[in-house]
Design a protein. Structure first.
Length: 318
């Protein structure tokens, strides 16, 4: 009797502070993605603690709700990445992709910035997301945003959407069980998986390049915080492949971060949007010869035995 009463009290306290399970994430039918944003869903109960309450609305393509340009825009700027781009901890219109859309609109660029980043995604999941999201879209520019933990293995499925653990059925109804389950996973290191191998990283980047070539969309890599890896320098790898690479300014100061989870707060997202606007993300320089050929569907004979033209290109969104 006393134990039951203590559990009820603990559950009551947990319901004051602990958020309900994230209703916008679901198990994905795509085995590579593992999980995804569920189209047409909405939550405002935060990620883990209710003090973090913020709105997340998911559109029909599994991306965060469109900004002011809406569906009437001329093409899309597609942004993919992890929770730092998705905007864990801030509302739909406060994540930097939505702020970037507003800034471009003020400059007369009516282009939708689609925030298709998903919390917890690593490099392989980001690449598979690009392949899926490029289908059926008029993408004028693709932005792949990287953060420090993107070169690790995928987070276990049950740690994200609560399927598979013996405790998971309870986590859908009990906030106390959800808190205990997540705390146990953190203590066991399940949310800190091992690094991807160099071969896995190279294969993923090859796939990303192939998807971009097929879609004919210019690609820009944005490094929000340099990805950590014991053997590979991702920035050097991307530069060696001829990618357009933008490195964000230092944003580790407390004024840019949410204290409880380290994600960017509204000031952090605003700083990123301002920086990207200053970098003129409405245009991209193509320096790789094969990228110029794919973008304009041209071939040449400037280099022996290689069907490329010696050229650079400045491609604007319109």
């Amino acid at each position: 009797m006393r134990a039951g009463l203590l559990l009820l009290v603990a559950e009551g306290v947990a319901r004051i502070f602990v958020a309900s399970p994230n209703g916008v994430l679901r198990v994905s039918p795509d085995r590579e993605l593992r999980y995804e944003l569920a189209p047409g869903t909405h939550t405002s109960d935060g990620n883990l603690f209710r003090i973090d309450e913020y709105d997340v609305r998911v559109d029909a393509r599994g991306c965060r709700k469109a900004g002011p340009a809406g569906e009437s825009s001329a093409g899309e700027l597609l942004v993919v990445g992890d929770s730092f781009t998705h905007g864990d901890g801030v509302g739909d219109q406060s994540a930097y992709p939505a702020l970037l859309e507003s800034a471009l609109l003020k400059r007369g660029r009516s282009i939708r910035v689609a925030n298709c980043a998903v919390p917890g995604y690593n490099l392989t999941q980001i690449v598979r997301s690009v392949e899926a999201q490029l289908v059926g879209r008029d993408v004028r520019l693709l932005v792949v945003a990287f953060f420090s933990n993107d070169l690790r293995g995928a987070t276990p499925l049950d740690a994200v959407v609560g399927s598979g653990s013996w405790l998971s059925p309870l986590t859908q109804t009990s906030r106390l069980a959800r808190f205990i389950d997540i705390a146990a996973r953190i203590a066991q290191g399940q949310l800190d998986p091992p690094y991807l191998s160099g071969a896995q990283i190279s294969k993923s980047l090859d796939r990303l390049e192939a998807a971009v070539r097929e879609a004919g969309a210019p690609l820009v890599a944005v490094v929000l915080e340099p990805p950590v890896h014991p053997t590979m320098d991702l920035a050097s790898e991307l530069t060696g492949r001829g990618w357009s690479l933008l490195a964000a300014p230092e944003l580790s100061a407390e004024r840019y971060r949410i204290p409880r989870n380290g994600h960017f707060n509204q000031s952090g997202h605003a700083a990123i949007a301002d920086w990207l606007t200053e970098e003129r993300l409405d245009a991209v320089v193509l320096s790789a010869l094969d990228s110029v050929g794919w973008a304009f569907n041209i071939r040449g004979g400037d280099i022996v035995h290689t069907p490329v033209t010696m050229a650079f290109a400045l491609v604007e969104q319109d």
